[in-house]
Design a protein around this ligand. Sequence first.
Ligand SMILES: Nc1ncnc2c1ncn2[C@@H]1O[C@H](COP(=O)(O)OP(=O)(O)OP(=O)(O)O)[C@@H](O)[C@H]1O
Ligand SMILES: [Mg+2]
Length: 260
Amino acid sequence: MTIALKFDDVCVSYGASRRNAGVDALMNVNLTIDSGERVAVVGRSGAGKSTIAKLACGLTKPSSGCVSVFGTDASRASRRELRRLRHRMHLVFQDPYQSLHPGLRVGDLVKEPLLITGRGRTTKSAVPDALARVGLTPPSQFMDRAPATLSGGQRQRVAIARALVARPELILADEPTSMLDASLRATIANLLLELQAEQNAALIFITHDLALARQVANRIVVLSEGRVVEDRPTEELLSDPEHVETRKLLAAARQQPKEM
Ligand SMILES: Nc1ncnc2c1ncn2[C@@H]1O[C@H](COP(=O)(O)OP(=O)(O)OP(=O)(O)O)[C@@H](O)[C@H]1O
Ligand SMILES: [Mg+2]
């Protein structure tokens, strides 16, 4: 079994200085995710979910503790090692308005992961195929568009198409469906699951939608105010929630109108 991601006693304080204690975004987080696992990270806004994704891909450094990716300590890795690690993972950002380079066209955006990983000569159909899979059809109508001309949901689908061509071994999806309507949400979640299965990848799916977490994950990690308060198999956790925060999330989910 390959360990894709391991957090050992990880703390993150944003903006800490000699005078200021900073914001404690994560406190003493321990987390191990193996290849092939599908893990949902759930919690309220501000619980520290995106910080977990940012740590995994090196966009944020731990204040203390260790983050290792495929067995390499990310904070001690050389630049070259980090680059290699990044090629093995792909992050789908929470906000498609910020994550897609505004100067690139859709076709180039989706091709980019192929170029970065030295697979630029892969079949010409890879990009249109990925666009078709995420429902941007006909692909020819989208290839030359700039992200600014797309709706939020279409941008999010471009972000998923990028993940499909990247074929990562570690997929980090930070609320990848927040801008989509319910039917498309399930479709996109299924595409991520297909990608995960094709690569036997580790999938970290960040969401505050427990119904979606149930569809996607075989394990759920509940974060509350920067701490992991539960980390158990999906069905076990949902049928017998132990922590008060999990119960609150479940109660909130039950109050939402059924969309799916
Ligand atoms: N760059 C930053 N500087 C200062 N504080 C930050 C920074 N990024 C995040 N935080 C704070 O850290 C905490 C955790 O943020 P994070 O983005 O991880 O939450 P989240 O669970 O993803 O929330 P949401 O569901 O709203 O996306 C919050 O209190 C947030 O304000
Ligand atoms: Mg977030």
